[in-house]
Design a protein around this ligand. Structure first.
Ligand SMILES: Cc1ncc(COP(=O)(O)O)c(C=O)c1O
Length: 385
């Protein structure tokens, strides 16, 4: 039944792991799931109240403006101005049904079949699948720990980039938690200009950062919006509303226009009441809530890094995102390690190869469980060592 383009996707690696996890839970075993990137915190009260108010307004029950409401775009402008001094115009902002939706549609909007899409390895799997759906060749570049999981542009420059049309970056990074530097973004933009491709940064975790170090953004680089670029943002992680499906892109007018044109043929925008609630929260107490959210994850980050470090695990230092990228101990490969951990301790982690071949040797822990559960998980892992 499935179309060839679906069959061309890489095999789904986690089936065995998920089956075993379900089986363990059905046997009444207490599985601690550290694999999901879905925050366990409640959203701000204000966003719920604003949504309730907006639900009573008839105008929100009609089709929303295709590219997003003026109200939400205005609060995004305010947010970006405070965050990094950038004030994009209306046609440099596009509201998305979650950042994943925009990311998944981007290659269809800016690439032609036969073009090449440059994709980080390890990386969020959507970059690869969407490039394949658009009939593009995927050229992976490895993010190495010795380079703090940042791209090696010198190595990329040695490749045949004549068909390159799009480069995906993702900082703050899932799964490694690495953050970029302004120099990396600046080099990427110059590289894109030189070779004529679009630079896309997935900044879904832009507001999940620690130690008062807001990570740099692509759109904040000097004259970024004049280059072929786009940056994706999400309300999902910032306000713990993954189920709401609302995000946005900021970028060069021509790139935003291409994505908006494609989307106009596919969807009809985000429910107006959700846009109204997101706008009000961003404008009013978004900062306060995000601060508290960061403090919660920072405490868990400290807990996980300290306790795993004490056990002799090597974790990449996490300054952003709610992930801890950890080296697999001993000689086991990552999938066998995750299976072993689940079978013997009922702790579920994500094997690194779920993000590409370069994830071999690592596993990812999501800090999306309460402190006590993280402590319990580490105690069980300790017992296994
Ligand atoms: C790197 C990355 N980008 C994008 C997304 C999608 O987020 P959204 O809920 O905004 O679609 C995720 C979700 O886990 C993610 O990890």
């Amino acid at each position: 039944m499935k179309a060839k383009r679906l069959l061309s996707l890489p095999p789904y690696l986690f089936e065995d792991l998920e089956n075993r996890c379900r089986e363990a839970a059905s046997q009444g075993r207490d599985v601690i799931d550290l694999s999901v990137g879905d925050p366990d915190l409640s959203p701000p009260d204000s966003i719920i109240n604003h949504l309730k108010t907006a639900l009573a307004e008839d105008r929100h029950h009609l089709y929303p403006p295709q590219r997003g409401t003026a109200e939400l775009k205005a609060s995004i402008r305010g947010y970006l101005k405070d965050r990094c001094g950038v004030e994009p115009s209306d046609d440099e902002i596009l509201i998305l049904i979650g950042s994943k939706e925009g990311i998944a549609h981007l290659p269809l909007a800016v690439c032609n079949p036969g073009d090449t899409v440059l994709v980080p390895d390890p990386g969020y799997p959507v970059y690869t699948s969407t490039a394949q759906f658009a009939g593009c060749a995927v050229d992976r570049f490895v993010l190495e720990e010795r380079r703090r999981f940042l791209p090696d542009f010198k190595e990329l420059a040695t490749r045949d980039l004549s068909r390159a049309r799009l480069l995906f970056l993702n900082y703050p990074n899932n799964p490694t938690s690495a953050t970029a530097t302004d120099a990396v973004f600046d080099t990427a933009l110059r590289f894109g200009d030189e070779h004529g491709f679009v630079v896309a940064n997935d900044a879904a975790y832009a507001d999940v950062y620690f130690d008062d170090r807001p990570p740099p953004l692509l759109c904040a680089q000097p004259r970024a919006l004049e280059s072929p670029m786009i940056e994706f943002f999400s309300f999902s992680k910032t306000f713990c509303v993954t189920g709401w499906r609302v995000g946005f892109a900021v970028g060069n007018r021509a790139v935003i226009d291409a994505l908006a044109h494609l989307k106009a043929n596919i969807d009809s925008g985000v429910f107006g009441a959700i846009q109204a609630a997101a706008a009000k929260t961003l404008e009013t107490d978004g900062d306060r809530y995000a601060g508290a959210m960061r403090a919660t994850f920072e405490k868990r980050r400290d807990l996980a890094l300290e306790s795993l470090g004490r056990l002799g695990f090597h974790c990449f230092p996490t300054y952003a995102t709610f992930y801890v990228w950890t080296r697999v101990p001993g000689a086991l490969n990552t999938m066998n390690y995750a299976l072993d951990l689940l079978d013997k301790t009922d702790v579920l982690v994500t094997p690194g190869t779920g993000f590409g071949d370069a994830g071999e040797g690592y596993f990812r822990i999501a800090l999306t469980q309460p402190d006590a559960r993280i402590e319990e998980a580490v105690a069980r892992i300790a017992a296994l060592r």
